[in-house]
Design a protein around this ligand. Sequence first.
Ligand SMILES: O=C(O)CCC(=O)C(=O)O
Ligand SMILES: [Fe+2]
Length: 357
Amino acid sequence: MDAMTAATEGFQVPIIDISPYIRNGDPADRAVVAAKVDDAASSVGFMQIVGHEIPPAVIEEFTAVMDDFFALPLEVKKAYRTPPDINRGYAPPKSESLSLSLGVEQAGRMNDFFEAFNVGVEAREYPDLALPEDHYAANTWPAVDHFEAAVSAYFVEARRVAHTLTRIFADALDLPADFFEGFTDHSLDVLRMNNYALPPGEIDLDGELTGMGEHTDYGIVTVLWADQVKGLQVLDRQGRWQDISPEDGALLINLGDLMARWTNERWMSTLHRVKPPIVDGAIERRRSAAYFHDGNIDAMIATLPSCVGAGSRYSPITVGEHIGAKLAGSRAGRPNPYAQREAERVRHAMRRGLGQQ
Ligand SMILES: O=C(O)CCC(=O)C(=O)O
Ligand SMILES: [Fe+2]
């Protein structure tokens, strides 16, 4: 067996049909889904779901307007930038460094070449709650035909899928069916559209420049639409980077740090990164859109009593504190001092010489 085969053998991202939950199906069928999710969450931390019932036309229109936006000249896109502490609007290539969200020191500068456009839940959606305007900032919409309508339509669908997933999680963890609702009824959700491309002549990759640096996602769960161009890699339990891409019609799902905290790492917030392939000296363009379901800003996340076991690995933290420290790393270049456990996992993989390209 050659090294490549050995590295990928046995690794797979399970495909789970969640339609018994979407259609409020038979309890026995739902129990099968919950068991599969528990299994995937405990082993890989990534899964792919089908049966989510997002209409294909919604996805087609969404990805078409994403393409229209990213095709604009850089200077035009830059008009939609926001300050680093406002997670909205356009982020140009090399303006962020995801590994700083983990506080990993060697990433001392902004070296991720993805460009992104972020939209999220706005304070005005909950007029009775006086939510902070910085976290729940107003969206900025580019002057691209149909952009706001198509992105909003997808946002609504991804949000529905994220809430469905937390119902599955509650069953999988033997919690009351509505357990997560109290933590997510004004959830701080953000949709990040990612484009991995550099203009011709700008692919002098100096070893540090990467598509998107290694990171764990910050919140509860991420619903990730991605095209099938290679590039996304996840760190497996043996510390090896594994290539993944979604099957036709499937969405990738991965757990964020808050779920690892709640479950005391029974479920993993799996490290992942993006290394787009270079074909004939040019980067093959790749697109993705991550819907981050992060929980209510004021929710306190403490280890679930059923998961404490020999002791909790994490102190309680509010969603606002946790997400704030992560964004200060990725968007403002201030290494996050609170992600010791995740950062240690990256260093461990690198020490073993397994940061294979
Ligand atoms: O581009 C991808 O497939 C992954 C994106 C991602 O990990 C993120 O936006 O957090
Ligand atoms: Fe991610």
